[in-house]
Design a protein around this ligand. Structure first.
Ligand SMILES: [Zn+2]
Length: 143
């Protein structure tokens, strides 16, 4: 964009230089150049504004996820908030989603009939967590 601004300024300077001894055609050409240079700047500005908005969003997402990390504790194989956050349940949260995608996803309690698979299910990655009745057969515990 520095380049486009420099071009626009050069055109303005040229216009000033010839303003005394001006020929209509020459003036019109320079004016068209100036118009084009300013249009380029406008496009670049729009791109930069868009990029800026995107980066701000990304930064706020990263710092939010950083704050979440500081406020989370690992208990019995699941994540819970250490201190309550307004508008968020205290947990449990999916360890898979947080560790892999930095996503704080609250787990859904499975109905009694489904507890054969575990106590909780992640609606996003579909993993089951918590003690399941299967544990009694395999001797393997997910917790
Ligand atoms: Zn998950």
């Amino acid at each position: 964009m520095i380049q486009e601004i420099a071009t626009a300024l050069t055109v303005v300077k040229n216009l000033k230089d010839i303003s005394g001894r001006i020929k209509d055609a020459e003036f019109k050409i320079l004016l068209a150049d100036l118009q084009m240079a300013l249009a380029d700047i406008k496009v670049k500005c729009a791109d930069l504004t868009e990029e800026n908005i995107r980066l701000r969003r990304e930064l706020s997402r990263v710092s939010e996820s950083d704050n979440v990390r500081k406020n989370i504790e690992f208990k019995d194989g699941l994540y819970y908030l250490k201190t309550p956050v307004e508008g968020r349940p205290s947990g449990p949260y999916c360890p898979g989603c947080l560790d892999t995608h930095e996503r704080l996803q609250v787990l859904r309690k499975l109905p009694k009939d489904f507890e054969v698979f575990g106590q909780f299910e992640c609606p996003i990655c579909k993993q089951n967590f918590g003690k399941s009745e299967m544990d009694d057969f395999s001797g393997f515990s997910a917790t």
